[in-house]
Design a protein around this ligand. Structure first.
Ligand SMILES: Cc1cc2nc3c(=O)[nH]c(=O)nc-3n(C[C@H](O)[C@H](O)[C@H](O)COP(=O)(O)O)c2cc1C
Length: 194
């Protein structure tokens, strides 16, 4: 079984970033080379503010929960909104927790695909640039060489908030295929993982 974990940089109930992740997940399970061997989970990032003093006495329960989900994942797919030209503080905070403890980061070597979505035509590109920079510093392995930027995302959704625009769905499907290919390649190198 291949475990994929979705992380939305927005905790908003009607998040467009959560919507694009749902669409990627649908296509991962429906059309990718992974077939029925894929399981998809969502990792909640609404955890306390990172604090080395708190870390020293033990992971807070929400952090422990986040860490367990991410540790078990073969690959992460992170979709970020853009807040004031960067990723939301909550997403950066979650990545900081996941990067610990020093020397045993959960992000080191982790396969990660990134995308961003925004109502603006620029699609949160700056936020995704910063996300990928941080993931690089944390020695994660980026799956998609090209950023997937979903601009004017509200125009791609239906009344229920789901992504229905065919072009957007096609882009998300290509990302799903890249994630599947990365996991399958990993599996052929190390059968115990993907
Ligand atoms: C504090 C704040 C700052 C924002 N700054 C930007 C920005 O720099 N660029 C952008 O494209 N959208 C910006 N937005 C708009 C977000 O892209 C928009 O709220 C989007 O829907 C958030 O993603 P979500 O739907 O997944 O929650 C900002 C929104 C907030 C709340």
């Amino acid at each position: 079984m291949v475990g994929i974990v979705l992380i939305s940089g927005s905790v908003r109930a009607d998040s467009a970033n959560a919507a694009v992740l749902r669409a990627v997940a649908d296509q991962l399970t429906a059309a990718s080379g992974l077939g029925s061997t894929v399981s998809v989970a969502t990792a909640p990032i609404d955890v306390p503010l990172f604090d080395e003093d708190v870390e020293a006495v033990g992971w807070p329960a929400p952090v422990q929960g986040l860490r367990e989900v991410v540790a078990a994942a073969d690959a992460l797919i992170i979709s970020t909104p853009e807040y004031n030209g960067s990723m939301p503080g909550g997403l950066k905070n979650a990545l900081d927790w996941l990067s610990r403890p020093h020397g045993a980061s959960l992000l080191e070597g982790k396969l990660v695909a990134t995308l961003s979505a925004s109502p603006s035509p620029y699609g949160g590109k700056w936020a995704q640039d910063h996300l990928r920079h941080v993931l690089g510093v944390c020695s994660a392995r980026l799956i998609n060489a090209e950023e997937l930027v979903v601009g004017r995302v509200f125009d791609a959704r239906n009344d229920a908030g789901d992504i229905v625009d065919p072009e957007t769905l096609a882009s998300l499907g290509r990302l799903a295929d890249e994630v599947a290919a990365a996991c399958l390649a990993e599996a052929s190198n190390a059968p115990a993982r993907c």
